[in-house]
Design a protein around this ligand. Structure first.
Ligand code: IPD
Ligand code: CA
Ligand code: CA
Length: 272
């Protein structure tokens, strides 16, 4: 189609438009509904998804789209967009400024373009397969921290499966052995921060493809490692994920393996 932007340019243009719409809703405070016991959704999630899907359909009518709020289309294309119209809805609904819009494009099972846009800090992270990862147009790389002891990492906890998610145990063990473990509340931002070296690692159990599609490309294009929490290849169906700077990867996997086996170095302390 004449005037159709390239895939990365389309992802950037659409994410900026959706992010500006989200910022308007954030500044004017929206109410939320519960999707399930702890899982929030707002009018802003739906408005952002509508905008993104309309534009993707206009530019790329033959592409499949998988979007969190269900507005996508599966049409058997070799191209599939993963869309999270608002990543960090709980933060957003409480007025806590750590949320983003994120989208990624896969071709035949491989990520080829991805964007994470954080409107409250005006930070746009973008990656294209083979062309690197960028923050506001400047190339970024993962950190050079070599040991877990000297690392700052991050994790998250899905709302829809919190009662069956063991991640708090990983959180606790890691928090005792590192500079700290953050819980940012937007997995897409957490992976973008791993790509640009603000964090040395990020892991989570139970993320969905739309949460991590762009982040996966950002981290690998920034020189980092991406696998499941057992060290196996990560696929969109993997129940766990680990993104890091590559240097702490083996040490992290060894620690995770011990925790999976139930070998907890740090039992719950008594208050003294
Ligand atoms: C959530 C955020 C959060 C992560 C959850 C996700 P949502 O996405 O990314 O940081 O820990 O697993 O579900 O629901 O706000 O789009
Ligand atoms: Ca999400
Ligand atoms: Ca979302």
């Amino acid at each position: 189609m004449p005037g159709t932007p390239s895939y990365p340019d389309a992802a950037i243009e659409i994410s900026l438009a959706a992010g500006n719409l989200l910022r308007y809703h954030f500044e004017n405070r929206v109410g939320f509904e519960l999707k399930s016991e702890f899982d929030l959704v707002t009018e802003a999630d739906r408005a952002s998804e509508k905008l993104i899907i309309e534009r993707l359909r206009r530019y790329f009518p033959t592409h499949s789209i998988q979007a969190e709020e269900g507005g996508g289309q599966e049409i058997g294309s070799e191209y599939r967009w993963y869309v999270d119209p608002l990543d960090g809805t709980t933060n957003f609904a409480h007025g806590y400024p750590a949320w983003s819009v994120t989208m990624g494009l896969e071709k035949n099972g491989e990520m080829i373009a991805g964007v994470v846009f954080d409107p409250t800090r005006n930070e746009l992270f973008a990656a294209e397969k083979g062309a690197g990862a960028y923050l506001n147009g400047n190339r970024v790389h993962v950190s050079r921290v070599e040991t877990l002891a000297a690392s700052l990492s991050c994790t998250g906890f899905p709302n829809d499966s919190r009662k069956t998610n063991p991640n708090i145990h990983f959180y606790y063990q890691m928090a005792m052995e590192t500079h700290g473990v953050r819980r940012g509340g937007s997995a897409a931002i957490d992976m973008a921060y791993t790509a640009c070296g603000r964090l040395d690692a990020f892991w989570e159990i139970g993320l969905k493809p739309w949460d991590l599609a762009a982040g996966k490309l950002l981290v690998t294009e920034a020189g980092g490692a991406f696998s499941d929490m057992h060290g196996g290849a990560h696929s969109m169906k993997s129940p766990t994920m680990l993104a890091d700077n590559g240097l702490v990867h083996e040490e992290l996997l060894a620690r995770f393996a011990a925790i999976f086996r139930g070998e907890l170095r740090h039992p719950m302390p008594e208050i003294r």
